[in-house]
Ligand binder design. Structure first.
Ligand SMILES: [Zn+2]
Length: 149
């Protein structure tokens, strides 16, 4: 993927809600310089403290600037504001992708087309992003569903 395609994808992700830059990987090593541990997942943590308030945005100029300033950054969509994420893991004995497909078939409904991220794990796991429907704004029932309770 070239830089233009990368920026287009990053800007597309910002349509789902505020995004924030994460550290990236350079030759498999986290840009922060720390080694992989149980608590440190390379390339999977925010670049900035205070990211929730001071370093998250949907502003295209800011996002474009970050993509130039941090060309190896990963970017994370802050979910639960404008979008929700369905995380379809594939692990030993569990396949969230095929289970969702089976549910759709059983319901007789096609899976909606949406922004889908293929996990970097290489297992085929996916993250499906959905906009929060306007009907859910301020709805306690929707919040219960979104929080997984
Ligand atoms: Zn790191």
């Amino acid at each position: 993927m070239n830089q233009e395609e990368r920026l287009r994808n990053i800007l597309l992700s910002s349509k789902l809600g505020p995004i924030t830059p994460f550290f990236g990987l350079v030759k498999g090593v986290c840009e922060c310089g720390k080694p992989r541990t149980d608590k440190h997942k390379p390339g999977k943590h925010p670049r900035f403290g205070g990211w929730q308030n001071d370093y998250s945005t949907t502003d295209e100029q800011v996002v474009s600037g970050w993509s130039v300033q941090f060309p190896k950054s990963n970017f994370a969509v802050i979910s639960g504001i404008d979008s929700v994420v369905l995380d379809l893991d594939i692990r030993a004995g569990k396949n969230g992708v095929s289970e969702l497909e089976a549910l759709a078939v059983a319901a007789g409904l096609p899976l909606p087309q949406t922004i889908t991220v293929i996990s970097g794990s290489g297992t085929g796991a996916k993250h499906l992003y959905f906009k929060v429907p306007p009907i859910c704004e301020g709805s306690a029932a929707c919040k219960t569903v979104h929080s997984g309770q």
